[in-house]
Design a protein around this ligand. Structure first.
Ligand SMILES: NC(=O)c1ccc[n+]([C@@H]2O[C@H](COP(=O)([O-])OP(=O)(O)OC[C@H]3O[C@@H](n4cnc5c(N)ncnc54)[C@H](OP(=O)(O)O)[C@@H]3O)[C@@H](O)[C@H]2O)c1
Length: 320
């Protein structure tokens, strides 16, 4: 499934026939793992890519799709995987296809406890969640975490990883159905985006939250002394501005967390995060929440669902 023009999710995609990729990835030229794709994860960046609005630009036409789950088909020398292994893999682009190629360090063994659809939601959101919560947000056991868009892909991942790290979790959502999803993903408290959530968050956290993921300006008011807001994205479309006197008054921090740009040149760190997540899967904390599923040929509808704020959990394309 290629993006052939930058006209938005409804019309930018076209199904084409292409040869299988070689085991060589743009991040690791001459080396890579070819994966026979069973399921491909769909995320906000692909919506942006159909409009040419994503920071990582590709010449047209190209196959979008940053992550997949499937079975190893071919490996270059030196890869630690073998043909037939079940994997979750981050390929950056090329995932909306029957076969794709990923760097070896971005392929993770997919345990039997997770199916391929769950595997397709395992890398981008969960690595981002751990990176944002722990490595950037310095989350400690016993602290409270508030996450906006808590029923979304990143939101459900943040709730599960935060629980696994011993935090109390507060999710903000916009509907009853999303409230249910956030609760099932491990939110101890769920608050409504159109309600007085800043005051409610202070109350349920016993005086203010320690860590907030996402929208900055409003969230500053819900923080405890020493609290941190971690910026992971701008799903609402606008980029908030912070009056820095508020940081001084509250002894608070605003921290950026751009997972991809940070880890891309650090294979060891990628493996370390993968190992932490493997433990959280074994311990039952990490279970990707799969929402809507579409066949590959209907990828445009999957993107429209995300664009229309209708996605819950991870949106997945069933490729086979
Ligand atoms: N920093 C990083 O490294 C990194 C990595 C991955 C993703 N991201 C970013 O994280 C954000 C979330 O991605 P995702 O895959 O979790 O998306 P998603 O599954 O669509 O979830 C986003 C949530 O945001 C809320 N939202 C508020 N205003 C919205 C709007 N105008 N349109 C759509 N949703 C809106 C929705 O929840 P309610 O309706 O309940 O409010 C929705 O459930 C994106 O901005 C993405 O680019 C960042």
């Amino acid at each position: 499934m290629q993006i052939t023009e930058l006209t938005g999710p409804a019309s930018a995609l076209k199904l084409v026939d292409l040869p299988d990729p070689e085991p060589s990835h743009m991040f690791t030229p001459g080396q890579g793992v070819v994966v026979e794709v069973q399921a491909a994860g769909v995320s906000f960046p692909e919506v942006l890519q159909t409009r040419g609005e994503y920071q990582f630009k590709q010449p047209l036409p190209f196959v979008p799709g940053s992550e997949v789950a499937g079975v190893v088909k071919e490996v270059s020398d030196g890869a630690q995987l073998k043909r037939g292994d079940r994997v979750a893999a981050f390929c950056m682009i090329g995932g909306f296809a029957e076969a794709t190629v990923a760097p070896g360090h971005f392929c993770f063994a997919l345990p039997e406890s997770l199916d391929f659809a769950q595997g397709a939601g395992l890398v981008l959101n969960y690595h981002t969640a751990y990176f944002a919560l722990k490595l950037r947000g310095r989350l400690e056991e016993g602290e409270s975490v508030l996450v906006h868009g808590a029923a979304g892909g990143v939101g459900t991942a943040v709730l599960q990883v935060a629980k696994g790290l011993g935090a109390t979790t507060i999710g903000i959502v916009s509907s009853d159905a999303k409230e249910q999803v956030a609760r099932e993903a491990g939110a101890d408290h769920v608050l409504r985006a159109d309600g007085p959530w800043k005051d409610e968050a202070k109350e349920v956290s016993g005086g203010g939250v320690n860590l907030v993921l996402d929208p900055v300006t409003d969230s500053l008011r819900s923080l405890a002394e020493g609290g941190r807001v971690v910026v992971v994205g701008f799903t609402g479309g606008s980029i908030p501005e912070v009056k820095v006197n508020r940081l001084l008054l509250g002894n608070t921090e605003v921290i950026g967390a751009g997972w991809g740009a940070y880890v891309m040149s650090k294979p060891e760190l990628i493996r370390e995060i993968g190992a932490v997540l493997a433990r959280l899967i074994d311990d039952g904390f990490v279970r990707p929440v799969v929402g809507a599923r579409f066949p590959l040929a209907r990828a445009g509808e999957a993107l429209e669902l995300i664009d229309d704020r209708g996605a819950m959990g991870k949106v997945v394309l069933d490729v086979r």
